[in-house]
Design a protein around this ligand. Structure first.
Ligand code: HEM
Length: 405
């Protein structure tokens, strides 16, 4: 790991932006060797990041597939169950394989389905904030940012709320593992979570096949496209992806967003005085301190030139969204939070074929959670000035965010 970029170092965990700015300025394509010896190239300029994400020749599948196929072929390997599931995920597919899955899932995950969730998301946010008022204290992570998206996803999938703790535990195990912050036993926990999830979800799928409802699982089971439909493996991988991709990311949008507002009381006051700003405010908060630092790795498959460097077939390209989002070639005063910017060019939901499928839902949840917290507590203050960021390479979020009002 290089001295310029070690994402696990405490300085970079606390504030990656000065490091990313230095790389963007001095070495916009930056080569580093990972702990496992693989070569990774980091891209930090907005135009370069967007160009790679837009170009189908930069594959999201080539890098992981060979390794996953090898592991999946050996059922005694602890990771094989996770590898088999990942091989069916749209996030790690290219071209027509990806488009096929995305089209089928889009049939179930329509804008109407999301819009219909609005009153329910508002009711959940109100209930969580009421409970905090009754208790006289609010941790914006534990009491709002973490429960809200998990309740919404459970509702969306038609999974009973009493399984909420399981959903969270399964999703945490997989996300921790996929985020590269593998603790001792992380791999075993992820595999165990995958087996438990499969067992539980197979039961849900069988029940919805017999008695369809209006939830997303029932819609995914019914989704068809010219005679094509999701296989059981694809259905399972899709539900796991929605759970894993839609949970901690949204927690981090709510946590990072409220933290940024608390650090910028003038902007907080602006939003409290003008609640109609919440739409642009969420876009600016996504830009300023987005939940996802880097996309899944892209690979060229064949040796290929990029910004004057030769990228070898097995090298990975890391598209640093957090750096692209503060590129001074795109935004004036990029390190300043300005809720009225009204600019949606940030790359926080990715770009191109893999643009976040849940972006509309994430925006809805972020607007309702942050908007409701600000209107309820317009004079809120940080109860702890030095927050603790979760260790992670892909995701950026706080462990806790205690608030006074
Ligand atoms: C603020 C919250 C969220 C952020 C910042 C976020 C960010 C992202 C990003 C950056 C990608 C692209 C990754 C890549 O290109 O490698 C992505 C993909 C995806 N996201 Fe999200 N996401 C959020 C919430 C959600 C939610 C709520 C859901 C679903 C309920 C969701 C489902 C997905 C799916 C299914 C993909 C894969 C799309 C594909 O491969 O075509 N995300 N997300």
């Amino acid at each position: 790991m290089s001295e310029l970029w070690d994402p696990t170092s405490p300085e970079i965990q606390a504030d990656p932006h000065p490091w990313l700015a230095k790389l963007r300025r001095e070495t916009p394509i930056y080569r580093y060797v990972q702990r496992d010896g693989n070569v990774s190239w980091m891209l930090t300029r907005h135009a370069d990041c967007a160009a790679v994400l837009r170009d189908p020749d930069w594959s999201a599948a080539k890098f992981p597939t060979a390794m996953l196929e090898q592991v999946a072929a050996n059922p005694s390997a602890p990771f094989s169950v996770v590898a088999r599931m990942l091989l069916h995920m749209m996030l790690l597919k290219d071209g027509t394989d990806h488009a096929r899955l995305r089209t089928l899932v889009n049939k179930a995950f329509t804008p109407r389905v999301i819009a219909e969730l609005r009153p329910r998301v508002q009711a959940i946010a109100d209930e969580l904030l009421d409970a905090a008022v009754d208790r006289g204290e609010l941790d914006a992570i534990d009491d709002l940012g973490m429960p809200l998206p998990i309740i919404v996803i459970a509702d969306l999938l038609g999974i009973p709320l009493e399984r909420r703790a399981d959903l969270k535990r399964w999703s945490d195990a997989l996300v921790t593992f996929l985020d590269g912050t593998i603790r001792d036993g992380g791999l075993v926990e992820a595999a165990a979570a995958c087996v438990e999830m499969r067992e539980y979800l197979d039961g849900v799928f069988a029940e919805r096949r017999a008695r369809p409802r209006t939830d997303l699982v029932s819609r995914l089971l019914q989704a068809r496209e010219v005679g094509d439909r999701l296989s059981d493996e694809e259905l399972f991988a899709t539900v796991v992806l929605i759970l894993a991709a839609g949970h901690e990311t949204t927690t981090n949008l709510i946590g990072n967003g409220l933290y940024a507002l608390l650090r910028h009381p003038q902007e907080l006051a602006k939003l409290a005085a003008r609640p109609e700003l919440v739409g642009p405010a969420i876009e600016e908060l996504l830009r300023f301190e987005g939940p996802v630092t880097v996309t899944t790795r892209r690979a060229p498959g064949v040796a290929r030139e990029l910004l004057g460097e030769w990228i070898q077939p097995d090298d990975e390209v890391a598209v640093m969204l957090a750096a692209a989002n503060r590129d001074p070639d795109v935004w004036a005063r990029p390190d300043q939070l300005d809720l009225a910017r009204g600019d949606t060019r940030h790359l926080s939901f990715g770009f191109g074929a893999h643009f976040c499928l849940g972006a509309a839902l994430a925006r809805l949840e972020g607007q309702i959670a942050i908007g409701s917290a600000v209107s309820r507590f317009p004079h809120m203050k940080l109860a702890d000035e030095s927050p603790d960021w979760r260790p992670g390479i892909v995701l950026r979020g706080l462990r806790t965010l205690p608030i006074r009002w």
